[in-house]
Design a protein around this ligand. Structure first.
Ligand SMILES: [Cu+2]
Length: 435
């Protein structure tokens, strides 16, 4: 048992070291232009009439305990399986069309619902729920039969963070992985969350925490296919894996499109820079999304967030009054989205030469050293580590953990310290020499 844990840690370390080697991200350049190492990797199409083609299909993802998991998920048609589904970005006022190709097994029908979008059409007609011959609800919206397609369209009337997910047999199809994020940019501009001046953010510092869960017995039952739809008792549903952006820690801190996670393209590392009134004036934004069945109390250490929106609505009064609030623990309920702004101030400006901290820094050999520590408590400084200790720190940056505070969720089927954990990486003030 111990041996396998050490093996896991070693492999995790190799993963993380590859991350460091493979992610040359220059500050202030667009994360997107550089292959989107961190930040949300957008799937877009030309405004004002973006069209997307998604295929609901089967595939496998990798989990931190070395398990692989049979999933259903949305991938771009013709491109293939990915998990979670593509993050769709559109502009406010766009007429969005999404064609769903149903490639699920077992002759299942499937569909997509768009919570928060109004007047959704399916194949040109007002989208309506479906019922079987006995009057039982079978789908919340028009579905595509096995092998068939259905095209949904709607006008993205208001900006914000939204979910799209299966509307058919939702207790099965959503946990099996049929979900994704839809982000609507406001009229005010792509670097605003809402049509409010105080919702401006740094374009390269737009992050997502899409939180989900897996009951491996549900997935195994469908994978085995012995009696599809009847061989898993939903009353026994119990999540054993919890994921952030479709990955568990430490995969969660690897780059977007990390080559060893080819079907789980979205990283969750948040990389930001200290506030500076001229060089770096705007904050970062994180879009929290919960597609699971449990509450996810997300908890960025050492850092309050400013909650500015929930469920696609800005927190404002009828006259536009700012109703945003500071929050230390971000409690995202099932089906909710929260938009949270945060910034980091180098308030004290500590410097080992000109402004040292007014206490004696403990001797390095008396400290517990993590693999991301620079050897120096000062931002932007690196020092020699104790003998035998290597560091993944690149340029004296800080790493602050962010994780779900329902600690039972920090787990991968019994492998602890996994699940929805990521880091906030704070780089030294710009300009700097960080890779
Ligand atoms: Cu904590």
């Amino acid at each position: 048992m111990l041996t396998s844990k050490f093996k896991w840690m070693r492999l995790a370390m190799v993963f993380v070291m590859s991350l460091v080697v493979l992610s040359p991200l220059a500050p202030l350049q667009s994360a997107k232009a550089l292959g989107q190492a961190t930040g949300i990797a957008c799937t877009t199409d030309s405004s004002p009439n973006p069209t997307f083609s998604l295929t609901a299909q089967t595939g496998y993802i990798q989990l931190p305990d070395m398990n692989t998991m049979y999933m259903w998920s949305y991938g771009l048609t013709g491109v293939g399986f990915q998990h979670p589904g593509p993050v769709l970005f559109v502009n406010q006022g766009d007429t969005v069309s999404i064609t769903l190709q149903n490639s699920l097994p077992y002759s299942l029908s499937t569909s997509i619902i768009f919570p928060g979008q109004e007047y959704v059409k399916a194949d040109g007609l007002s989208s309506q729920p479906e019922f079987d011959g006995g009057g039982n609800l079978t789908s919340l919206t028009k579905s595509a039969a096995s092998g068939g397609t259905v095209t949904y369209s709607f006008v993205a009337s208001r900006p914000g963070t939204f979910i799209y997910e299966s509307g058919t047999d939702t207790k099965t199809q959503v946990p099996m992985g049929l979900f994704g994020a839809l982000i609507v940019r406001p009229d005010l501009g792509a670097d605003y969350v809402f049509n409010r001046a105080d919702s401006q953010f740094t374009p390269t510092e737009e992050f997502m925490a899409l939180l989900s869960e897996i009951d491996p017995y549900q997935h195994a039952a469908w994978e085995a296919g012995l009696n599809p739809g009847k061989n898993f008792n939903l009353n026994t549903y119990r999540a054993r894996y919890w994921l952030i952006n479709g990955r568990g820690f430490p995969d969660s801190i690897a780059d977007n499109y990390a080559p060893w996670l080819p079907l789980q393209p979205y990283g969750a590392l948040a990389r930001i820079y200290p506030y500076d009134s001229s060089i770096h004036p705007s904050p970062a934004v994180e879009r929290f999304i919960n597609v699971g069945t449990e509450e996810y109390p997300f908890h960025p250490h050492g850092q309050n967030g400013l909650v500015i929106g929930r469920d696609g609505y800005p927190l404002e009064g009828p006259g536009g009054q700012d109703l945003s609030f500071e929050k230390f623990d971000i409690n995202i309920g099932p089906g909710q989205t929260w938009d949270v702004i945060f910034k980091w101030h180098d308030a004290e400006g500590y410097n080992p030469n000109t402004n040292p901290v007014p206490v004696t820094v403990p001797d390095l050999v008396n400290l517990t050293i993590g693999m991301f520590y620079s050897g120096s408590p000062y931002l932007g400084y690196q020092q020699t580590m104790p003998p035998g200790v290597s560091t993944l720190n690149q340029c004296g940056e800080y790493y602050i953990i962010s994780h779900n505070h329902a600690l039972f969720q920090l787990d991968a089927f019994g492998q602890t310290m996994s699940g929805p954990i990521t880091y906030l990486r704070i780089d030294p003030p710009l300009p700097n020499n960080c890779p």
